[in-house]
Design a protein around this ligand. Structure first.
Ligand SMILES: [Zn+2]
Length: 161
């Protein structure tokens, strides 16, 4: 009898545990939830391919590369404030580059699309793909390089915030 109750307890414990893990996964879901069709309807074709399908824009193709005026870069899919001009730097890569994001604005994932592990940057509110982060940023600040698709961002000048 004792053995059976231990067994039952063990089973209960295991099932509780998997339920807890499930919960943790659910809370990681993004605040902004849309279906694929809703995203397709809202975004341009190019935005959809980059933000929702994690494609990469051609280097030196984004007008945001040249922006130096004070302001904020928001997620092109949901408007979440992601980056400030003061943290932008000239990386020479052809993609808008920042040494850090606005605190708690991003989510991190990883991909092996190029055969090695890269840290993928997602919008923390809607989970859209933004770009990747590398460790070859400016040493005098954070040492990080957030390499972002300009298509994934919209620039809002300081006076319009
Ligand atoms: Zn977003």
């Amino acid at each position: 009898m004792k053995k059976i109750s231990i067994l039952i307890l063990a089973v209960l414990f295991i099932s509780c545990k998997s339920e807890a893990q499930q919960k943790e996964k659910n809370t990681k879901e993004f605040k902004v939830q849309k279906t694929e069709n809703e995203w397709k309807a809202e975004l341009t074709d190019k935005e959809y391919r980059i933000l929702r399908k994690a494609e990469t824009e051609r280097p030196f193709s984004s007008p945001l590369n040249d922006i130096e005026e004070p302001g904020v870069f928001v997620c092109a899919a949901c408007g979440n404030q992601l980056y400030e001009t003061k943290h932008k730097f000239k990386s020479g890569t052809g993609w808008p580059s920042f040494d850090r994001a606005i605190e708690n604005s991003l989510a991190l994932s990883s991909d092996r699309k190029l055969g090695y592990e890269r840290s993928e940057l997602l919008c923390g509110d809607c989970g859209s793909h933004l770009g990747h982060v590398f460790d070859d940023g400016p040493k005098e600040t954070t040492g990080k390089r957030h390499c972002i698709n300009g298509v994934a961002l919209e620039f809002i000048p300081k006076e319009k915030l």
